[in-house]
Design a protein around this ligand. Structure first.
Ligand code: BES
Ligand code: ZN
Length: 458
């Protein structure tokens, strides 16, 4: 019997595979075991690739040297369920309500992984001798920046071949049109602490004599943006690939309405960025964001204190051609140069990942060496978006990051076809994450027809 996507997803959601949480290590291993068993049951040769962190599942179906080879990527780890009190159903108890299934990871990325597994299972049941080589690569550390994946890619480099990588870990805007993600943003993360006195001080006795670390931290942070919303770090924009006209045209095709976008977010207004609309800024511009800031008294009422330290976490989203290591160093240099006298700094680098770019066939600057099987897959996806969902696909860069997609291109030489099955209302990373049953069903149909289509002569 072919795998059922919804049942598979329910099983996956029950594993609390939160990669960042060391107490959930066993759940990650259980998820990995379930995937290995499932793929073995589908006739794949499976292997568990051990890493410094959570293991990677490798499963292969090799039929013929001359057949096309698709490598399917997904991740079985999820974000933490916090804030848990805001969930309306238990985060790790899959709950179907209306036309959605709720649970942590129901969308990102267990839903699409279940869809891909079910599509392959159903297709192979119908056509057991389908002339298509398939490799699944499923990792457990995507949500923490895939720290263990690169060394594994180096190890696999000589034996893992393929025409392209297929992943469904990105979004579409509506259920009637697939967005094919033509690029992902990169990322660099860091954290810094500003330190003042040996210990917290009475603000009456010492206030006026010493620089408050919170003020120093706010001054440094304030200096990191210009009044027009751009990032004020010398060299930050030097290598940025500007938005192309065809990319603006594709975005237009979505017919998105700014008021509706504002309403959806619930913000009273947008943060204007020079030269770019809010919809363009999320896809085509780099950013510098504060992810957390703390220091001083946070309790009820007031406390007259000059805290001895204050901290902030920063991440920058990067676009194609920006080097994450270089940007991280530039931001750190700016912070150091702008740190006032009277306080000291401690800076900690966190993870980095490069942006990814693949220009679809027929657009200006399409790579001349774009793999022909991938070019065909792009065309098929375009047509299948119309047939299975309603309208032809749009091809756009996206704001989110999956850093390993760039590394796979660099190390294995594979470009990616990224088919968006998430919708904005899925709320991935947030409480009450959900996945649309309609997107699951149509998505499965589309993947089956795409894989089958790759084996037909044109
Ligand atoms: N699936 C997302 C990335 C995504 C979502 C890309 C929607 C495009 C559209 C992925 O699981 C994710 O959240 N990635 C992290 C990566 C980071 C931890 C290195 C991200 O973007 O924050
Ligand atoms: Zn995610």
């Amino acid at each position: 019997m072919a795998l059922n996507a919804l049942e598979t997803l329910k099983t996956l959601v029950r594993f609390p595979s939160v990669s960042t949480d060391p107490t959930r290590k066993a759940a990650l291993l259980d998820t990995k075991d379930f995937l290995v068993d499932t793929l073995a049951g589908m006739g794949f040769a499976t292997e568990t690739l051990e890493t410094q962190g959570h293991p990677i599942v490798l499963a292969e179906r090799k039929v013929a040297e001359t057949a096309p080879t698709v490598v399917i990527y997904g991740h079985y780890d999820v974000q933490p369920e916090d804030p848990v009190q805001l969930w309306e159903s238990a985060p790790f108890e899959p709950t179907v309500k209306g036309d959605r299934i709720y649970g942590r990871g129901a969308a990102d990325n267990k839903g699409p992984v279940a869809v891909l597994l079910a599509a392959v299972s159903h297709l192979l049941e119908q056509q057991p001798s389908l002339p298509l080589n398939l490799t699944f690569l499923l990792e457990g550390e995507e949500e923490i920046g895939s720290p263990s994946f690169k060394p594994v890619l180096d190890r696999l480099k000589h034996r893992l071949r393929g025409d392209f990588l297929l992943a469904c870990d990105t979004g579409s805007q509506k259920n009637d049109q697939i967005v094919v993600t033509a690029g992902l943003r990169g990322i660099t993360c860091l954290e810094f602490k500003v330190k003042g006195a040996r210990k917290d001080l009475h603000s009456g006795i010492y206030g006026g004599a010493v620089l408050n670390p919170i003020k120093a931290l706010m001054d440094i942070c304030h200096s990191l943006h210009n009044a027009d919303g751009t990032v004020n770090v010398p060299g930050f924009y030097d290598d940025v690939l500007p938005v192309q006209q065809w990319e603006r045209d594709e975005l237009e095709k979505l017919g998105l309405d700014l008021d509706a976008f504002q309403d959806f977010l619930g913000v009273p207004g947008f943060f204007e960025q020079a030269g770019l609309s809010p919809l363009e800024a999320t896809r085509y511009a780099p950013t510098l964001e504060y992810n957390g800031v703390w220091g001083g008294y946070q309790g009820e009422g007031s406390k007259t204190v000059i805290p001895c330290e204050a901290s902030v976490k920063i991440s920058c989203r990067l676009v194609a051609r920006q080097d994450p290591d270089k940007i991280q160093d530039l931001v750190i240099q700016a912070i150091r140069e702008r740190c006032p006298k009277g306080v000291s700094l401690e800076i900690k680098k966190d993870h980095n990942g490069a942006a990814y770019l693949v220009v679809p066939p027929g657009k200006p600057n399409t790579a001349t060496d774009l793999n022909p099987v991938l070019a065909r897959a792009f065309h098929l996806t375009d047509a299948l978006s119309a047939e299975c969902f309603g309208k032809p696909a749009v091809f756009m860069r996206e704001g989110g990051s999956i850093p390993i997609i760039h590394d796979i291109k660099e190390i294995l030489g594979l470009d990616s076809l990224l088919i968006g099955l998430y919708l904005p209302e899925d709320g991935y990373h947030a409480p009450n994450e959900s996945f649309s049953l309609e997107m699951m069903e149509k998505g499965q149909q589309m993947i089956e027809r795409l894989l089958a289509g790759l084996c037909e002569s044109e």
